[in-house]
Design a protein around this ligand. Structure first.
Ligand code: SIN
Length: 519
């Protein structure tokens, strides 16, 4: 099969790129579940952008750089903040609706923001965006969507990307799709951790594929842990949006005492890494709760209807009860190295969204900058991507991969074991000894996967293989960085070391060897 642009992934980054580039060429989107199933769909808080008087691009830049802890790329952050208003206009043009107050967009705040600049749709901003974009994609005759199709690997011809090998999950059939340009928009990696806000699909597929193809990756040690997820036995770690704290919710300990101000003058609105570590430590002495009861029932029902409904399923009424919370893996700040147009280090391979490292987030991401990053850079990328139409579609014959009905019981066990170990050994607080244990575990797991995959592949197997690859990269990067900075905290190196570590860790697979360099 052939197309002009092959996009892997159907979150905000993939859909926005598709809608913008479809004016110029034919687009195929492949997605491993249904189109709406993505991390975008779960985003609650909102999208940050400068849209009102009193705020400024300079302030948005300053807040992003402060939270990024010295490792954000200033030029790219400036571009992000400057392009913010345009990105919002573009979302409005697709029919996305944000909450308003007195005819003006309603703005809320979140950790690390010096101003209220977060636009939102109640507490389901991601779903609103995903729905509007999905409708536009479905109406567009130049975009074909293949659901239940898993991208196994990128296809290469003399170091340039010419498409991807796809497993049609329902037909159990593997085919090659060749394209003038291939775009990875596969989202994050949160599901490699036992406790996460991410859905089951967040297994780092795009990052693992890009590594195997020889692309450069950066900042893989910086995994952001969201401070407040539901911490109730039998309930998933459902996100309790930072917007609750933005609207005045406070954190209290088992004794009912507010504690955040003792650790940071921004209190409940300090950057996420600080709050996540503080809660993690408080939890050693008893439960931690978020309290929004003082805002009143009608305010809470109006502003956070989805969170209220979801918590009711677990016997918790947030208008009357304290919400037990704990941190969970949420977002990967690093990923496939790209420039502002999504260009990777492989010719004709682009990447957008959470699977990338554009340089915006550095060592920590400012809340609600991720949806913005996805829209801004996939829009800039689409402007430039017209040039790929000059490429020939190359259809060289490729190594065959076959489907195999691998028994799931062992794969499920291995996956659960990997997720628990990542949480225990490479989680919020890290040290060398535990990361070494993790690396030994990953080596054994890898050996076992080579044996299991000898006769062919299925989705569960491919996901576990990708999870193992990404876990290995995160652990190796975290072990290499001998300091604490942003989301990366080590008890054996608790201080930030600007003299030696104001630099990025970059990985590239060179045949059998993982090359590590600094930039
Ligand atoms: C949240 O609603 O707290 C999450 C927003 C984000 O991750 O930026």
């Amino acid at each position: 099969m052939k197309t002009d642009f092959l996009i892997v992934g159907s979150g905000i980054a993939g859909l926005n790129f598709a809608l913008k580039i479809a004016k110029y060429g034919k687009v195929i989107i492949v997605t491993k579940k249904e189109i709406m199933e993505s991390n975008t769909n779960l985003a609650q808080g909102g999208i940050a952008a400068v849209t009102q008087k009193g705020d400024s691009v300079q302030l948005h830049i300053k807040d992003t750089l402060t939270v990024g802890s010295g490792l954000s790329n200033k030029r790219i952050v400036k571009l992000l903040a400057e392009q913010g208003p345009e990105a919002i206009k573009s979302l409005l043009s697709f029919g996305v609706s944000f909450d308003k107050e007195n005819d003006e967009l309603h703005l809320t705040t979140e950790g690390g923001h010096s101003m209220a600049r977060v636009l939102h749709s109640g507490d389901s901003t991601g779903r609103e965006i995903e729905q509007a974009m999905t409708e536009s994609v479905r109406e567009n005759k130049d975009i074909e969507v293949f659901e239940d199709c898993f991208a196994i690997d990128l296809l290469l011809n003399q170091a340039e990307c010419i498409g991807a090998k796809i497993l049609d999950i329902k037909k159990r059939d593997v085919c090659d799709i060749f394209a003038r340009a291939t775009i990875l928009a596969t989202g994050g990696v949160g599901y490699i951790y036992q406790n996460t806000t991410n859905p089951e699909i967040a297994t780092g597929d795009g990052i693992a594929m890009a590594l195997r193809a020889g692309a450069k990756l950066e900042d893989m040690e910086f995994v952001q842990f969201h401070p407040t997820t539901l911490n109730k036995l039998g309930a998933p770690h459902f996100l309790i949006s930072e917007a609750l704290r933005g609207e005045g919710a406070i954190l209290v300990n088992e004794a009912g005492k507010r504690f955040m101000l003792a650790y940071d003058s921004m209190g409940e609105l300090a950057p996420r890494d600080i709050i996540a570590r503080t809660i993690f430590n408080e939890l050693k002495n008893g439960a931690v709760y978020l309290d929004i009861r003082h805002k009143g029932k009608s305010f809470v029902l109006d502003r956070f209807p989805m969170i209220h409904q979801e918590c009711l399923k677990y016997d918790l009424d947030i208008t009357e009860d304290l919400i037990p919370v704990s941190p969970a893996a949420h977002y990967l700040c690093g990923g496939i190295k790209t420039n502002e147009y999504g260009q990777t280090t492989i010719a004709n391979l682009l990447a957008f969204g959470e699977c990338t490292c554009t340089g915006v987030h550095g060592a920590n991401r400012l809340a609600s900058n991720s949806l913005l990053e996805s829209v801004v850079f996939s829009s800039l990328g689409a402007q430039k991507a017209k040039n790929y139409l000059k490429n020939k579609v190359k259809t060289t014959s490729q190594k065959e991969t076959v489907f195999s009905n691998i028994e799931t019981q062992e794969l499920n066990y291995l996956k659960a074991d990997l997720r628990k170990a990542m949480w225990d050994y490479v989680g919020i607080i890290r040290n060398n000894e535990q990361m070494q244990l993790m690396l030994s575990k990953l080596e054994k797991l890898n050996t076992r996967l080579v044996t299991i995959g000898k006769n062919g592949v299925n989705t569960r197997f491919l996901e576990l293989k990708n999870m193992t690859t990404v876990a290995n990269l995160i652990t190796k990067a975290a072990q290499t960085r001998k300091e604490s900075r942003g989301t990366h905290y080590r008890t054996d190196y608790p201080a930030t070391d600007d003299k030696n570590w104001l630099k990025h860790i970059r990985f590239q697979q060179l045949e059998e060897r993982l090359d590590v360099c600094f930039s």
